[in-house]
Design a protein around this ligand. Structure first.
Ligand code: CTP
Ligand code: MN
Ligand code: MN
Ligand code: MN
Length: 348
């Protein structure tokens, strides 16, 4: 959930008799859960539903690897109905992946209500996710992104004068809505940005803007990374996954209405914050603008066609055994021997 790794999308033939299903099952958590659902359905005389669950379980059993993301299941048959819906509702909770959802289903928890009532122990992220489920599954619009930007700019300006805040992710690519709002923050003087995130977060918190936050500190070291260790795509900037409490503006009536209490004065919004030193800014900007597929293809091009290794921190040239510097995205495209493609055309 927190890293851009290569994820295989499975495609499976529809009939179990077209597939080779061995005894080693890489998705036991999910298939056990689905078998349990099948049993329950059969016990209550709903044979149709029972078979549907059995087919879904069988389709998962045939997969060569564990499923880590729901999006991998696009090409898996028999998961179109109730099974996928149950998994979808549960993984729709911020902080809940396929594995956790599978475990809960195995415990008989199929709906948000059951989750709220029967209460397995939830971690902090999951509690926030469940509490703000509707808001977090409602797309964020551009006006809301701009409102978050104003808050983040105020915070950055207050704790580190001169800090620069840039909108990244889907909104930088021109999207009208997003599942979150992403920001990259830097300071024109190298080193001044160090330790910025905790200060930013405590400012936001003190002003009542945070419903949830999890901060990771910077762990990137060029020397330690070295040419021989380009393996991980996971970047190591100071970053913060958060849920903002965004006041609804009077003018935007209606959109914020929700829940039993009628219109509310605020909504929850997922916000990602990343801090980069200015020397790595162009790489961070390129790496965090997306789309995810565009990023993946950039890295594949760099590796396979140029014998280079691209990350959100740097570009390493294996032929010359050195890092290639860049202070703009244009320069990075040039290093890669690619025509420059602006953010609005990276919506692959
Ligand atoms: N990203 C990353 N490392 C992560 C998470 C995200 O490098 N751990 C990058 C992705 O490459 C992506 C960008 O950050 O390009 C934004 O990610 P995300 O917010 O998930 O996607 P968006 O393209 O902004 O789409 P959405 O509108 O749904 O938020
Ligand atoms: Mn985003
Ligand atoms: Mn994001
Ligand atoms: Mn490859």
């Amino acid at each position: 959930e927190q890293q851009t790794e290569e994820v295989e999308v499975f495609s499976t033939p529809s009939y179990a008799c077209q597939r080779r299903t061995t005894l080693d099952n890489h998705n036991a958590v999910l298939t056990d859960a689905l078998s349990l659902l099948a049993e329950n359905a059969e016990l209550s005389g709903e044979d149709g539903r029972g078979v549907a669950f059995r087919r879904a379980a069988a389709a998962l059993k045939a997969l060569p690897l564990p499923v880590t993301r729901l999006t991998q299941l696009g090409g898996v048959p028999c998961l179109g109905g109730h099974s996928l819906r149950v998994i979808k509702v549960l993984t729709g909770i911020f902080g809940v992946g396929v594995k956790t959802a599978g475990r809960w289903i195995g415990e008989g928890i199929l709906t948000l209500r059951q989750l709220r009532d029967s209460g397995p122990t939830l971690n902090r992220a999951q509690r926030a996710g469940l509490r703000h489920y509707d808001d977090l599954n409602r797309p964020v619009g551009r006006a809301e992104a701009a409102a978050v930007a104003a808050v983040v700019e105020a915070a950055a300006g207050s704790v580190l004068p001169g800090a620069r805040v840039t909108l990244i992710g889907g909104f930088r690519r021109g999207k009208q809505t997003g599942h979150d709002v992403d920001f990259l923050i830097t300071h024109p003087e190298e080193g001044r940005e160090a330790g910025l995130m905790p200060k930013l977060v405590s400012w936001l918190d003190s002003q009542g803007f945070l419903l949830y936050q999890k901060t990771n500190s910077n762990s990137y070291l060029e020397a330690a990374e070295g040419p021989a260790r380009p393996a991980s795509n996971m970047d190591r900037f100071e970053r913060c996954f958060s849920v903002f409490k965004l006041p609804e503006e009077a003018g935007r009536g209606g959109a914020g209405a929700g829940g039993e209490g009628g219109p509310r004065p605020w909504r929850a919004v997922r916000v990602d914050l990343v801090v980069s030193p200015v020397s790595q800014f162009a790489f961070a900007l390129l790496g965090w603008t997306g789309s995810k597929l565009f990023e993946r293809e950039l890295r594949r091009w760099a590796g396979h066609e140029m014998n280079m290794c691209l990350s959100s921190h740097a570009l390493y040239d294996h032929r010359q055994s050195r890092y290639l510097r860049a202070s703009s995205e244009e320069e990075i495209f040039a290093h890669l021997g690619l025509e420059y493609i602006p953010p609005s055309e990276r919506n692959a």
